[in-house]
Every structure is written in structure tokens, then in C-alpha cells.
Design a protein around this ligand. Sequence first.
Ligand code: ASP
Length: 448
Amino acid sequence: MKVVKFGGSSVASGEQISKVVDIVRADSDRRIVVVSAPGKRNASDTKVTDLLIALGTHVLRGEDYGDALDAVVNRYVEIQVAMALPERLGAEVRKDLEDRIAARGDHDAQFMDTMKAAGEDNNAKVIAEAFRAIGTDAEYVDPGEAGMLLSDEFGNAEVLPESYERLAQLRKRDAVVVFPGFFGRTRSGELATFPRGGSDITGAILSAAVKADVYENFTDVDSVYAMDPRLIDRAPAIERMTYREMRELAYAGFGVFHDEAIVPAVHAQIPICIKNTNRPEAPGTLVVPEREVDGAKVAGISSAAGFSSIYVDKYMMNREVGFGRRLLQILADEGISYEHTPSGIDNMSVILHSQQLDGKEAAVLERIQRELEPDSISVEDGLALLMVVGEGMRYAVGMASQATQALADAEVNIEMINQGASEISMMFAVKGADRERALKALGEVFFG
Ligand code: ASP
């Protein structure tokens, strides 16, 4: 049994939804279909979820929302017309939205979740109809009724453990299940959504619950590439990667997949296949628990900008019991999380997302100065992190020297190196301005 999730661009129009229907019909193992709200049809288009947020905002502000409501309804009517589905669908979507608005209580975040969820919910109903229109037995399944129970953190909900047993029952359905992504219900029956992009989470939860053989995630690229193909044209497509490789690459900005979104599938050890709705015959990228390591030692290279480092220097720091703990405690007290803490005998750096310091930097530095009495403290902003990742790196000699030589040749100054304890990744911090040059240099040496 396969759980198949289609992202926003795959269900953005009648033309795209026809491809979805064909893909599901082509493989009788594709029994559970998770759908996003209609996404962008072209670069300048607006996602239905964003249209719904605009609509909800007008309602909350007491403004006229007629046009905003029409904009949402029209997206579904276009799909209905393109696929020659029953005309009543447009009116049903309009009524659904009006009912949600009328049912508004005094909890604004909860109301916004109700509105946002309408994108997936109505799309699932329309897509179930599209299956039936060509003779495939398919049913829309309501996440609340099926047992998708979520915490009551509106807009940022998490699945509750008891959901899995209930959702496992979906295995028994005869018809193809069309399940809207992105939302569920709290224990007290209120609608709640996952964070944005959360339909991936729904797919991962269902895959784990029904113990799917594979979780297929359809998007609009043929596969995951070893690095941004815009930077190096020989970047190979990745056929197979491990969860750990994906996690380390996703951490530093690998766009296709949200690493947190697939946690349930990873825990249940369900393989994940990333495929292209527009070219389903392409093999895609398979993400698996373990893989055999072949010749290629580096699986991928990614990078992310927007990091800062707090550098603290104190003579004889290594002798001072609890220095590191007290430094990190100051950050914890301010509610700041950090990424890495490279240290030397007399110094320690803390690397964190720059936005973590917004509005807190002065207070943090003042406390470090007062409580730890260092010889110097400095903050460097505008750092980028580069990750070189590959299971094969564990067994290879000289990978670090190849990488550092390439960076030296490209005249990139390395601010920090960190070889992960897992030995499947190397991380380099460089100045933001050097990021692209550094990536190209690493790409040349490992994939050139
Ligand atoms: N439609 C939601 C969003 O745009 C969820 C998703 O597509 O995964 O964030």
C-alpha cells in the first residue's frame, strides 16, 4: 500500500488534477491520496491558502470581504469547469466558506485555522469527485472523523499519539481515500492546522499509521539534486539517500523537503519517494533508512545564510569549571536556541540564527560581560553555513582536505569547521558574501 501526497502545484488547476487522477489510477497500490490546497499555477499566481488568509484577515478586521471570497471560490470553479465536474461544486465551496465565517467564535487564531483549512478540505472534496467522474471509486475522508487528533496550538499544531491507532483503520477502506492535508481536530473538536507546508506532515502521519510500503510525495521536480543546479550544471540527481543525509542537507536549506515534516515516516521507517507530477515516469529520489555506499562519497552539498556567531575569549577558560554551561544558560534564559558551539582552550563561539538575537543582543552581551568576565566578546553577523553530506564520507580518507583546499583555491576564508559527530557531514561557516563562490568550489571538487 502506498500513501501518495500531492503538493500545491500538483493540484493547482484542472489540468494538474487530471495528472493526479492518472497517476493514482496507474498503480492500484496507491490507496490513500493526501492533497494540498490549489497552489500557484505560475510564478505570479497566489496560493489558495494565501487567498484564504487574506479573506480571514478581512473578516477579522470587519472589512468588506466579498472580493476576497470570490477570489477563493473562482479557483475551484475554474477547476470544476476545466474538468467538466458537476456545477454545484462552486456553490458548495461558497457555502462552506460562508459557514466557516458565520461560525466564527472569539478565538482569532482558531478562526484563521478554520479558514486556512478550507483550501485543502474543499480541494479533497473536488478531487474525490474528479475520481468518481471517471469511474474510480473514491471517497473524501474528513480528518476529524478519521481520527487526526492535534494539539490545540493553532497554526502550529502537533499530532497526538492516539491518532495513529485510529488512522490505521483507513487501511480497511475499499475506495481510494482522498484525505485533505494540513489540518485535524483537537480533543475538544476544534479545527487546528499544522505549520505552513503541513500537508507533508499529514502524508507522513498517514504513511506511518497504515504502515505504508512507501510514502510517495509528488511535487514539481524530477528528483532532489546533489546541489542547487543553478550553481553547477553537473549536479547529479540523487537516486537514493538516507534519512540522515536528507536531514543534514535539509537543515542547511535543501528546499524540496521539509525535514521536520517527515518525522513520523522516519520513525516508522517508511521509505519516502519524491516524484514529479509532470513526469511521473522519472524515477525520483528515494529516501530510505539505510543505503549501500557506492563510489560517490558526497551525496549532496547545501547552504543556508542568516547566521551569527558570538565569540567569547578568556585566558585560562579551559580551567574554569562551568564556563560553557553558564554561557549557554544566559542564552537559555533569554529563550535563544543555538546551532553549534565550536570551542578552543581559551575561547568559545556560539553559532545561531541571526534572528534569534533580534532585540536581545545588547542584553545577552551585557550579561556575558558581567557574569563571565571574559577578555573579549564579539558578534559577527552575516555568516553562511555550508554542509557537505554523504554516508560514504565515513569510510573515505582526505575529504576534509579536499574541501578545505578547494575553498583555499577559491580564496574563501573559513570561519569555522565542524565535522559532525556522525561523520557523515562536514560543516563550514563562511562570510555571506563568499557563500556562492564557496559552494561552486565545493561543487567543482566533488561533482565536477
Ligand atoms: N496549503 C498549505 C500551505 O500552503 C499546506 C501545504 O500546502 O502543505 O502552507
